[in-house]
Design a protein around this ligand. Structure first.
Ligand SMILES: Cc1cc2nc3c(=O)[nH]c(=O)nc-3n(C[C@H](O)[C@H](O)[C@H](O)COP(=O)(O)OP(=O)(O)OC[C@H]3O[C@@H](n4cnc5c(N)ncnc54)[C@H](O)[C@@H]3O)c2cc1C
Length: 443
């Protein structure tokens, strides 16, 4: 039970709204974990006892101090679009919505470096950047609804990863403003090195109030669809495009069965293994040439900016899974980095799992090398079948990033990051921030 003195104390904090209605507690205790039947079962009962929404950094400090004094768990939440229950309060307590801290504090005209508050939506930040001839390097397919703080703390990459790699690669996150939840909560300014430990730590080791980020020069991305004669050609063309001397922002590969189940919008109506590409204007003719060499058919849809809300990026990354689940919620998914060459692994898995496994691939850059990641759609056949499938993927050389687990480590490489844990001991020694999510921490 939440101590009454804590409620009273929080009710007196200027710039802090308390949300107490049962439907608010329910709504802000969930995220998009329902993509995983495993997590659905584990998290359905989790509820916050109180939800708070600060409007100032000072109010964040007061919440941290009050939760610390009363030893109450505090779970941070941006827009709650995470897929692994990242913002679900496992041990109840207080959920803090960061969405009112949303100012873009500065954008450097010369370097494009942005300083932005953590609750700013990626779409709003991107719009501000466009006034400076800049854009975000990386964004999730939830870029319209997700916050920048939630993306850094809970996301990994997405649109742009084919060129810019992943969020934890050095160079994206240049610094953080953080509130601690130790004896006497403070506001700290961390440089890029110290900020790394909070990058993808699920808000377990510090409350991010502002971020310093590198950005890219704006490109007028062109939408291109390429329909291929067969699956092998589609994978081959994706490899050729992502290693060509062209500016590429998205390289999604979908097997025909997936294409048939996606919204058709105004895309060409063909049943074919398909590439969805975002490329620079000067790259369209090169993609056309590469496609023709392989007997594939290209459709140039024009500039992305002209198509609001139904662009190719809304069919990519986990939006592919979203659309299939809207048709049939029995679909779930996996995430993996494929071994090179990829075809043997793709063929073997298809042979074993047939129509229960549909291929969705994304071109990515991993540690400086062009690779192919897979987010296959998987028909739910129970936990045992899922474990068998993941084991077979590993045996074939794929690196699994399991979206059916709760901890930072479980969803990553399975190893404890000592810097993340040391930072938690320093900034949250009582273990109050998002308890249960950092596997390497015990107090
Ligand atoms: C359809 C769909 C598609 C998706 N596509 C992608 C994708 O392409 N790439 C990708 O990486 N993810 C993807 N995701 C997951 C998710 O949408 C993104 O990671 C998104 O950026 C999370 O932002 P959010 O504001 O919703 O964060 P939330 O879900 O609210 O929070 C995520 C984590 O960050 C922590 N957190 C939030 N704010 C703070 C803060 N201020 N300080 C410290 N910790 C904080 C939370 O405690 C939680 O652990 C997708 C999800 C869905 C449902």
């Amino acid at each position: 039970m939440l101590p009454d003195p804590l409620r009273t104390e929080l009710a007196a904090v200027p710039g802090l709204r308390l949300l107490t209605q049962p439907e608010e507690l329910e709504r802000f205790s969930r995220d998009a974990y329902d993509y995983s039947p495993v997590l659905q079962k584990r998290l359905a009962h989790c509820r916050a006892e109180l939800v708070v929404r600060p409007e100032t950094v000072e109010a964040v400090v007061r919440v941290a101090a009050a939760c610390r004094r009363h030893a109450v768990p505090l779970t941070l939440r941006g827009s709650g679009t995470g897929n692994y229950g990242q913002s679900v309060p496992l041990e109840s307590g207080v959920v803090m919505l960061m969405t009112q801290l949303r100012a873009v504090r500065s954008i450097d005209q010369a370097t494009g470096v942005a300083v932005v508050e953590s609750g700013c939506l990626l779409k709003d930040l991107n719009r501000e950047l466009s006034g400076f001839g800049r854009q975000l390097r990386l964004m999730p397919s939830t870029w319209r609804s997700a916050t920048i703080g939630g993306f850094i703390a809970g996301g990994s990459g997405g649109i742009g990863s084919v060129r810019w790699g992943f969020l934890r690669d050095p160079g994206h996150l240049l610094g953080l403003e953080v509130v601690t939840i130790d004896e006497d909560p403070r506001v700290l300014q961390l440089d890029a090195s110290d900020a790394e430990a909070l990058n993808h730590a699920y808000g377990t080791n510090g409350i991010i109030t502002a971020l310093r980020l590198a950005t890219a020069i704006s490109v007028d991305w062109q939408e291109v669809v390429v329909d291929c004669p067969d699956w092998r050609t589609a994978v081959d063309l994706a490899r050729r495009c992502s290693s060509a001397a062209i500016d590429l922002h998205l390289c999604t590969v979908l097997e025909a069965a997936v294409v048939e189940m996606l919204p058709s919008w105004d895309l060409p109506r063909r049943s074919a293994d398909r590439l969805l590409l975002l490329v620079a204007p000067d790259a369209v003719s090169t993609v056309q040439r590469l496609a023709s060499d392989l007997g594939a058919e290209l459709t140039h849809l024009g500039a992305e900016a002209a198509r609001h809300g139904s662009g190719l990026r809304e069919l990519s990354w986990n939006h592919t899974t979203l659309h299939l689940r809207q048709r049939d919620p029995e679909w779930t998914y996996l995430q993996m980095l494929l071994p090179q060459p990829e075809m043997h692994c793709l063929d073997m898995l298809k042979r074993s799992w047939g129509d229960d496994l549909l291929w969705h691939l994304e071109g990515v850059r991993q540690q400086g090398v062009q690779r192919i990641a897979a987010l296959p759609l998987v028909r739910w056949r129970g936990e045992e079948a899922l474990e068998q499938l993941m084991q077979q993927c590993r045996d074939l050389g794929a690196l699994i990033f399991n979206p059916h687990v709760l901890t930072v480590e479980g969803g990553g490489l399975g190893v404890v990051d000592a810097d993340q844990v040391a930072t938690k001991h320093r900034y949250d020694p009582a273990g109050l921030l998002n308890p249960g999510k950092l596997g390497g921490f015990s107090n």
